[in-house]
Ligand binder design. Structure first.
Ligand SMILES: NC(=O)c1ccc[n+]([C@@H]2O[C@H](COP(=O)([O-])OP(=O)(O)OC[C@H]3O[C@@H](n4cnc5c(N)ncnc54)[C@H](OP(=O)(O)O)[C@@H]3O)[C@@H](O)[C@H]2O)c1
Length: 323
């Protein structure tokens, strides 16, 4: 749990009673727990104003076996291997509870680590592109592409027939890995082409039809300038912090370009729609058609180490905890 907002050292291992699933819930013994960028954002206190408090038990997605069912849940769930969204808390645990509506059986051939790498983030990538009305032939920039949302967004844009799939990333080595996943242009975090010898910020010229932005932060306004006329900017994450309060002025400066800025949260996508996309993505991942990148699997009691790696920026893909 988060004893103190801020550094990873503020995370503490605590003993808590085994949770009892309430009506409509199941209890799961996780074999894998996803460590998402959102966990780091909560731990740092970035979103403390949104009701997160010290004492919070982190973890929003797990994969494992159902060990108990609550009132009103069909008993046949017990013993099944599932992925589950635990609702922004309670996942970093030896026993976790989730609403049965947020649980999905795992297909054979999909590891728990793969499931928690794709489960939450894949739907964000899918619906962000859909919300941006991305169409084949359009150019896409994924900003902050080296995390699990970005890695899926790059693959979906590439196989959706994007004219170009640019990414921002912090090193040529990470850029090369993203290129293997479908990126065509590698930019640095400032949006400049670097180290790839082709394309990039300066030569890109025309800008992008769609920007899926996982980073946010002080540089966000600069990326608004990279939109083509009729371009759509989708803010899905804030791993670099909040953008400047006056960022909207950049859009108004280019009023005649008909630009759009939207925030996007998967929370506004109906649960059954999310589950349908997730189920299809799990099947694709099990068949090897959609790639997941598990950076490392660490024991649960080394959660602080996982967060140190997140803060150090050494994670490519997703860190997974295993009880
Ligand atoms: N919209 C939704 O429904 C939804 C759902 C879940 C999570 N989220 C949000 O999505 C974010 C997490 O996504 P994720 O797990 O895919 O991300 P992540 O793994 O935490 O980060 C993605 C990448 O961003 C880059 N990055 C880190 N700091 C940066 C900085 N200061 N400036 C520019 N780039 C930076 C890093 O790559 P490089 O080092 O290669 O640059 C990093 O690998 C969180 O903000 C979370 O709240 C949104």
């Amino acid at each position: 749990m988060i004893r103190e907002f801020g550094k990873p050292e503020g995370l503490e291992v605590v003993d808590l009673p085994v949770p009892v699933p309430g009506p409509g819930e199941v209890r799961i013994a996780p074999e894998a727990i996803g460590v998402g960028g959102v966990d780091a954002v909560i731990r740092r206190g970035t979103v403390a104003g949104h009701g997160f408090q010290e004492g919070h038990l982190l973890g929003s997605e797990v994969a494992g076996r159902v060990t108990a069912v609550g009132e009103g849940v069909i008993a046949s769930w017990e013993g099944r291997r599932v992925w589950a969204f635990t609702g922004l808390s309670g996942g970093y645990a030896e026993e976790a509870v989730a609403a049965v509506d947020n649980v999905l059986p795992l297909p054979d051939g999909l590891t728990g680590a793969d499931a928690v790498t794709l489960g939450g983030s894949g739907v964000v990538a899918h619906f962000a592109l859909a919300r941006a009305h991305f169409a084949p032939g359009e150019s896409v920039l994924v900003r902050g592409a080296a995390g699990s949302i970005g890695i899926t967004a790059v693959q979906l844009a590439a196989r959706g027939g994007a004219g170009a799939v640019a990414v921002t990333t912090s090193s040529a080595e990470r850029g090369a890995r993203l290129r293997e996943l479908g990126a065509t242009h590698i930019l640095d975090r400032a949006g400049e082409g670097e180290g790839d010898g082709e394309g990039g910020g300066k030569d890109r010229g025309e800008g992008f039809d769609v920007i899926v932005d996982i980073a946010g932060g002080p540089r966000l306004p600069h990326f608004l300038d990279m939109l083509r006329p009729n371009g759509r900017f989708l803010a899905v994450g804030i791993v670099a912090g909040q953008p400047p309060a006056d960022f909207g002025a950049r859009l108004l400066d280019r009023f005649r370009s008909s630009l759009s800025f939207a925030t996007f949260s998967a929370d506004t996508v109906p649960g059954p729609d999310q589950q349908a996309v997730r189920s299809a993505q799990f099947a694709e991942a099990a068949r090897g058609e959609l790639r997941t990148v598990v950076h490392e699997v660490l024991p649960l009691d080394r959660a602080a180490e996982a967060h140190r790696a997140m803060d150090a920026g050494t994670v490519f893909g997703r860190i997974v905890l295993a009880p």
